[in-house]
Design a protein around this ligand. Sequence first.
Ligand code: DAH
Length: 344
Amino acid sequence: MEEQLKQLQEEAVKKAAAAQDLKELNDIRVAYLGKKGPVTEVLKGMGKLSAEERPKMGALVNVVREAITTAIETKQSSLEAEAIQKQLAEESVDVTLPGRPVKLGGHHPLTRVTEEIEDLFIGMGYTIAEGPEVEQDYYNFEALNLPKGHPARDMQDTFYITPELLLRTHTSPVQVRTMLKHAGKGPVKIICPGKVYRRDSDDATHSHQFNQIEGLVVGENIRMSDLKGTLDAFAKRMFGEDREIRLRPSFFPFTEPSVEVDVSCMCGGKGCSICKGTGWIEVLGAGMVHPNVLEMAGFDSTVYSGFAFGMGQERIAMLKYGIDDIRHFYTNDMRFLKQFSVHE
Ligand code: DAH
């Protein structure tokens, strides 16, 4: 019996050591130590033994059982460790592989130009004002010194919704709305970016919807030289330090005097196709706020004066980036837009 047990132990320990996986190891445990296994069988046969032999045999069975259990447990730990190692190897990440680039969008060129202009004016102490795109005839025209029937209304072909309601043709009505909010007290210093609408046929230089930025400064002793200095800073920031501006007399009903502002061309005055040989490019309209406009908005024109200007971001962007057709801004062609993405 002793011999038999020793053999069983040897056999079981050998098999446990050779087990390939946890399932096989468990089968070995059941086979040798289970209820129907040989070790249990030996225990069952103990009743037949003499009283002296019984404790000796009992101790031996325990030793054998311990030995087999230890062999199985040792193998189990090593199989488990192997499994973890295998899983780690399989799931390992190669941190040296180059990542997949995340595609980032870029700002639309009109957004870039608008933000650049906003930054410049905010830096000069302006705040940003906004107004409605569906506007009253009163703010869009009348309060800007353009009464009903005024011929200058023809300069801006208008989408009317009702005789009194329209799609604003420029951002100038925000001047009036802002001055009214100030209730006759200066200073006022705003720019107003926004969409505007004209009943124009779309072509390379016209669009029925486009963008403008309006500027308005009202205070005591505001002079034309303030306007000129401001616009000079604007031109240099947008187009380059070497650029100059020039004011040409013009007419707008809401300013007196009124000017058209040109910026010197990048050809340096030699004359090129962009400036059509003149050396100058028209960029915006401006002037000293008309006393009628100040008065209608509740400002005393004997105390207050102001300047105003209005420009189109499309035109500025076209000049700045050399874009030859305004329709590129609205057709969302990725080949066009990607050129303004700073991420690629
Ligand atoms: N509102 C004018 C337009 O759309 C542009 C303009 C000209 C605005 C002169 C002004 C200004 O504020 O003073 O054509």
